[in-house]
Every structure is written in C-alpha cells, then in structure tokens.
Design a binder for this molecule. Structure first.
Ligand SMILES: [Zn+2]
Length: 250
C-alpha cells in the first residue's frame, strides 16, 4: 500500500516568493538541467507562480484537484516545464498516483506511473528504481523490519548502499530551508548520476549567486543526524537509533 505522502521528491515549502536562498529547482529548469518540476503551494501563491512562469516562457498546468495532508491547508499542485506537452505528461503521470487520504493499492500500473513521473522530473533511473523498491516493500517499512517515517527509511537504505564517502552535494535533508542541490532521494550518497546533476546545479548557482552558493555548500557539508522520528538533528548529540550522515566532502 502507498503511504499518503509516498513520493521520491521532497517538495520545498513555498512560504514566500522571495528567494533567499535561491530556488535551485527553478534554476535547474531554467538552465536545462531538468525537464520539469512539480510544485505544491497555497492558492494565494498561484498568481505569483503564474507570472514567474510567463516571464520565463515556460508552460504550467495544474492537477485536477488540490492535495491536503492532515493538519495542513489544501495545496495546489502545479507542473511546470519548458513545453506544455511535458507539463501535461507530469500531470497525467501523477494523476494515476495522486496523493490520497485513502491508501492506494499498489499495482504494476502504479509502479509504472511512479517510474514515469520520476523520469519526467529528470531523476536518475537508479534512484527511481530504489524508490520503487521501497514502494513495493512499503515506504515506511525498514529493510530490517519495523516501521519508521518515509524519509528515515529512504536515508537508511541509501546509507546502506553507499560505498564511498557520503557527498555533501547529495545532502537533501535541509530542504525545508531550501538549502539543496538535489530534490530527490538519492539511491546512495555516492550515486554518480545524482552527483553529476548536483555538481552542475551547484556550478550554475555559483555563476549567478556566488556567495549564496558557497554558503549553501558549507551548510550541506556539515555532518548531521536523522532521528527515528524523521527529524534532522545535531550529529554530535544524536539520540539512540538515529542515522548519522558524515557529510564533509562536497
Ligand atoms: Zn541513483
């Protein structure tokens, strides 16, 4: 069964149109590093996004209905791409697995839709495949058994698959602060395809806003811990059971 928030992406929390730090997902689209993006946002932010899309010459289509998670306001789901056809492809792929309060029975068709959505968002095939493995197992079911938040399970699997040092540019865990060069769960913290993408996006960010890019790099390269509750915490005082990610190399 799919959890209600089962997704390979971690949507940024869009609280303001002001971009500080820069919106790297948008920058990746502008630079042609990714073919499309998905954005959830409060209805009051829609006119601003529409203007931004128009200025950039991109296309945008909306999901048929808003999405709502417990304790949160309903959010609109927008699909933005360089062409209308690609925006529609994103919308139509996700329509088949749209987040729902009721668990969706997992079928081959759902897995295929998730794979199509991941590819259309530009995520590496290896990372999409790792996500599909977690979907089949249950996104909140740990490989060793027992339950944990989706993010914890994804990070635990990626750490277990990592063979070299975890790369700070693949640190996706500061997304609530919008400090990231990766918007998907990597299959491992030395995933070559993700590292190439995140490195290119860092360079692009650095060309435009060098000071911001360097500050983001420094933040991403600090070790951190992820608690069993799915919260990011200080690596030096990690509670029992937490995963420690030794991000020190970029
Ligand atoms: Zn990968």
């Amino acid at each position: 069964m799919l959890g209600e928030e089962a997704a390979i992406y971690e949507p940024p929390v869009l609280t303001s149109r002001a971009m500080n730090p820069p919106d790297t997902e948008w920058l990746a689209l502008e630079a042609g590093l990714k073919p499309g993006l998905r954005q959830t946002l409060g209805a009051q932010h829609l006119p601003g996004l529409e203007r931004r899309v128009a200025r950039a010459g991109f296309a945008m289509v909306m999901a048929a209905r808003p999405v709502q998670f417990p304790g949160r306001e309903p959010e609109e789901v927008a699909y933005v791409a360089r062409t209308r056809a690609h925006a529609e492809l994103l919308r139509d792929a996700e329509a088949r697995v749209f987040p729902s309060p009721d668990p969706i029975p997992l079928t081959d068709a759902h897995l295929a839709a998730h794979a199509e959505l991941g590819a259309a968002l530009g995520f590496p095939r290896c990372c999409v495949d790792a996500f599909l493995t977690r979907l089949r197992r249950g996104v909140t079911t740990r490989a060793r058994g027992g339950d944990a938040p989706e993010v914890f399970v994804a990070v635990e699997d990626a750490l277990a698959a990592t063979q070299a040092k975890p790369l700070g540019r693949l640190n996706h865990l500061l997304f609530e602060r919008r400090v990231r060069f990766l918007s998907h769960y990597p299959c491992r913290y030395d995933c070559a395809e993700s590292a190439t993408y995140a490195g290119a996006l860092f360079e692009e960010t650095r060309r435009r806003v060098p000071a911001d890019a360097d500050a983001m790099r420094a933040m991403l390269c600090a070790p951190l811990a992820l608690t069993l509750e799915g919260r990011v915490s200080d690596a030096a005082n990690a509670p029992p059971g937490a995963l420690v990610l030794d991000f020190s190399e970029f």
